[in-house]
Design a protein around this ligand. Structure first.
Ligand SMILES: NC(=O)c1ccc[n+]([C@@H]2O[C@H](COP(=O)([O-])OP(=O)(O)OC[C@H]3O[C@@H](n4cnc5c(N)ncnc54)[C@H](OP(=O)(O)O)[C@@H]3O)[C@@H](O)[C@H]2O)c1
Length: 277
């Protein structure tokens, strides 16, 4: 990771869960991290914590809603003006509201695709263009990819939980999750698509998709579960901690420039394979 010291990473969704852990880990690895989220105050708290801990790097909170293209452009511009431009982009911001296909709310399906797919594509496009305009040929893009819920009855409560494995490529039989699963299929295809385009451009920019199984974050509550059920889910099922995902990202980022880790799938040990269809 030494070669990344002092360099700049944009992390979307840095106010919570996996994004906050990635921002923290990169700042502890001496990187300058632009932490993007709508809840800027939470990123500011994280930045203050890191300063107190004496991190060699720093987190720069920038308020932004990734579903607004103008916010994406503003984040890119801010990063260029204040920090000279970004070298690493982590597309982590994501949402997973339940959408039953025969009666979903329009706003929910729009939110899924605008956040998980369109924002990721716009950020990635602007980032690659900026890298190329600045002549930076060792940039790295990360997509935090598959999250697919399956369902299981537990104590008479229908719990939602995610499975990893081929969730971004196979269709899991579970009402409410098809649009979300579809958004992650799109990310899988766009990851390989961009890799091919970069090869054609003879670029050394790398792209990595990280696909975790269940991770203990706030996503279940954001998705609509009560705090009690969300806690019960995490306490009942094998799950990963956010740091596990951040550590995987650091591994991929820290490999030599001729190595591209394309996909990292991370199961919590003991994750239920029977739910994988
Ligand atoms: N938790 C899991 O089990 C799991 C497993 C596999 C993959 N994932 C993926 O990991 C990523 C992070 O999820 P998480 O579990 O860490 O969830 P989380 O704790 O709910 O965090 C989601 C983050 O996304 C940000 N976000 C959402 N909409 C946004 C928007 N319009 N503009 C800017 N930021 C936005 C939120 O920030 P603000 O609300 O402050 O804007 C928050 O920081 C997602 O892509 C998810 O699909 C999660």
């Amino acid at each position: 990771m030494e070669r990344w010291a002092g360099r700049v990473a944009i992390v979307t969704g840095a106010s919570s869960g996996i994004g906050a852990a990635i921002a923290r880990t990169l700042a502890l690895s001496a990187m300058k991290v632009v932490g993007v989220a709508r809840r800027e105050e939470r990123v500011k708290e994280l930045a203050a914590e890191l300063r107190k801990e004496g991190a060699k790097g720093e987190i720069f909170p920038v308020q932004g809603d990734v579903t607004n293209e103008s916010d994406i452009k503003r984040v890119m511009q801010w990063t260029k003006e204040k920090l000279g431009g970004a070298d690493v982009l982590v597309n982590n911001a994501g949402v997973a509201p339940s959408c039953v296909l025969h009666r979903f709310r329009t706003e929910n399906i729009r939110k899924i695709y605008e956040t998980n797919v369109i924002a990721l594509a716009l950020f990635t496009r602007d980032f690659v263009q900026d890298l190329r305009a600045r002549g930076v040929d060792d940039g790295h893009i990360f997509h935090i990819n598959r999250f697919t819920k399956n369902s299981k009855w537990h104590n008479n409560v229908k719990l939602n939980f995610n499975v990893s494995s081929t969730a971004g490529q196979s269709i899991i039989h579970n009402r409410g999750i098809y649009p979300y699963s579809g958004s992650k299929h799109a990310v899988t295809v766009m990851t390989e698509g961009l890799r091919r385009e970069l090869v054609e451009l003879e670029s050394k920019i790398r792209i990595t998709s990280i696909s975790p199984g269940l991770v203990r974050t706030e996503i279940l509550e954001v998705t609509g579960l009560t705090p009690d059920i969300a806690k019960q889910t995490y306490d009942t099922l094998p799950c990963l901690e956010t740091k596990d995902i951040a550590d995987a990202l650091v591994y991929a980022l820290g490999t030599p420039p001729h190595v591209q880790i394309h996909e990292i799938t991370i199961h919590p040990t003991g994750e239920d394979f029977r739910s994988l269809l």
